[in-house]
Write a protein of this length. Structure first.
Length: 127
């Protein structure tokens, strides 16, 4: 009787450790459940974070998105890559629109971002 109970505890322990390992990898790589794209004019670029330096980008809402109550949703995204930051700053300085792609994260570690939507690509559009 003791050996079968010991085997069950061992199997449950191994499954639990595998689950923890999977969750750790998923969070370290930014577990995304959605991706998207958009285009807008950059309004604000600001640095955030104490240990992990990231940046937050807000847009001017050229085409505001409203919720069911009629409130305008603020378009705010996190920027992790320095090259993306440089593109956003250049576009803001020149007053040009940008086209961007992003992913929405469920879990992320070790850094927390200002928003769950993290920019994955950006380019300046228009002349």
């Amino acid at each position: 009787m003791r050996t079968s109970a010991g085997k069950v505890i061992l199997v449950v322990g191994v499954v639990f450790l595998l689950f923890l390992g999977f969750m750790g990898l998923a969070m370290a790589n930014g577990w995304a459940y959605a991706t998207g794209n958009g285009a807008d004019t950059v309004a604000v670029v600001k640095e955030e974070g104490f240990i992990c330096k990231t940046w937050a980008v807000q847009f001017t809402n050229d085409h505001p998105v409203k919720d069911a109550d009629g409130n305008v949703n603020e378009q705010k995204y996190s920027v992790v890559e320095k090259e993306h930051l440089d593109t956003f700053q250049k576009a803001r300085k020149e007053g040009k629109r940008v086209s961007f792609t992003y992913k929405t994260l469920i879990a992320y570690w070790p850094c927390t971002y200002s928003d769950r939507d993290v920019i994955t690509g950006v380019e300046i559009i228009g002349s």
